[in-house]
Design a protein. Structure first.
Length: 369
């Protein structure tokens, strides 16, 4: 009896030790998982920042960000929906597009409305394979658990991010604090690209020259420029345009603008971006070309343009009108600078513009800054 009792005590003691050991191992595993999730989050944040620099188009940036989330966090389904001012639009998703109509209407689902109002995430799941989530109308087998994250910019609701799994209770032990950080990073990226999207939508063509406005450079233009590691950005100014307007007429000044821009455009390769920056200023992005190579080309262009004699009418019209021929000869001032992929293009342009605005009125040269 005594031996049996001792044996039982030893076994109980051994079981207790194993339970404590297993609990310790479990805590270590959880700690490791949390540390691993934090490391993953830092890597994700870095990938987000790289995406902002590498992808020019706003929609491409958001799609790439969603791909990063799916890969790094091994998420089955991830969808980002943004309100564009009139409608909710699926900006990125790896869910079959036949389900997008339901996914872009989640703000109408009662279980998510409180989440939107309180700006807090909402976790929903089913208990077995035969059930379906409340927001799923026509699909039974795709998702069995989901976390809904409202997206807000400066306390203004702009859409949501939803992650889904085909396994019931799959997100029960997920560190939501980490996912909140990820959500905040998504918001930060959206905040950045919202401004870019605004620029992309206000791109217009100049009436006189037929050239795109400067905003084109930050959208479609940048997509071409960023195919190369290094490019050269040029800005030039018709320095005597105001003088021509005053001495002759604004009509002749407009003619000078169209003639100069037309001449430059005809001599540029297709992969170079040429826009009317503002007033007498124009910008050219020489994609993939070094500063040294651009300088000689610009010298030739400048010399030819400054030898042009521009008038409103040809000789026959002037004789018919019995008017004195008015001739305007444009003077140009050029400034160039290097641009590196992933850096702020607008800062380079601002620097070039400031140089031209502060240059001496009689300066007519090609400068590199």
């Amino acid at each position: 009896m005594v031996v049996a009792a001792v044996t039982i005590i030893i076994l109980v003691f051994a079981v207790v030790i194993l339970v404590v050991y297993n609990m310790s191992i479990h805590r270590k595993i959880q700690t490791f998982k949390n540390i691993n999730q934090k490391i993953t989050s830092l890597n994700v944040l870095q990938d987000f920042m790289n995406t902002i620099g590498e992808y020019s188009n706003v929609d491409d940036k958001i799609k790439k960000i969603n791909e990063i989330l799916i890969e790094k966090y091994e998420i089955k389904y991830s969808t980002i929906v943004v309100f564009d001012g009139t409608d909710y639009v699926v900006k990125a998703s790896n869910v079959d597009s036949k389900h997008w109509d339901a996914l872009k209407r989640l703000q109408e689902v009662p279980i998510f409305q409180d989440s939107i109002a309180s700006a807090t995430p909402k976790y929903v799941t089913v208990n077995n394979e035969n059930e379906r989530l409340d927001y799923q109308k026509m699909e039974f087998g795709r998702a069995k658990s989901a976390i809904f994250f409202p997206l807000n910019i400066d306390n203004v609701y702009i859409g949501y991010w939803i992650i889904e799994s085909g396994i019931p209770h799959d997100f029960d032990n997920v560190d939501t604090a980490i996912l909140e950080v990820v959500k905040d990073n998504i918001v930060s990226v959206l905040k950045t690209v919202v401004h870019q999207k605004t620029l992309e939508t206000i791109v217009r063509k100049d009436l006189f020259t037929g050239l795109y406005s400067e905003e084109y450079l930050y959208g479609e233009g940048k997509k071409v420029i960023d195919q190369f590691t290094t490019s050269t950005i040029c800005m030039f100014k018709i320095t005597n345009l105001e003088e021509i307007n005053k001495k002759y007429s604004r009509e002749l000044g407009n003619r000078v603008v169209t003639e100069v821009s037309s001449y430059v455009k005809e001599n540029l390769a297709d992969n170079y971006i040429f826009v009317r920056y503002m007033g007498p200023k124009f910008a050219i992005a020489f994609s993939g070309v070094e500063v040294e190579s651009v300088a000689k080309f610009l010298n030739d262009i400048k010399e030819r343009i400054e030898n042009l004699e521009i008038s409103l009418y040809d000789e026959s019209v002037i004789e018919e009108l019995h008017e004195e021929k008015q001739i305007a000869i444009p003077r140009l001032n050029f400034v160039i600078s290097s641009y590196y992929k992933g850096t702020a293009l607008e800062e380079v342009l601002k620097k070039l513009e400031q140089y031209l605005d502060n240059a001496d009125a009689d300066e007519s040269d090609i400068n590199s800054i």
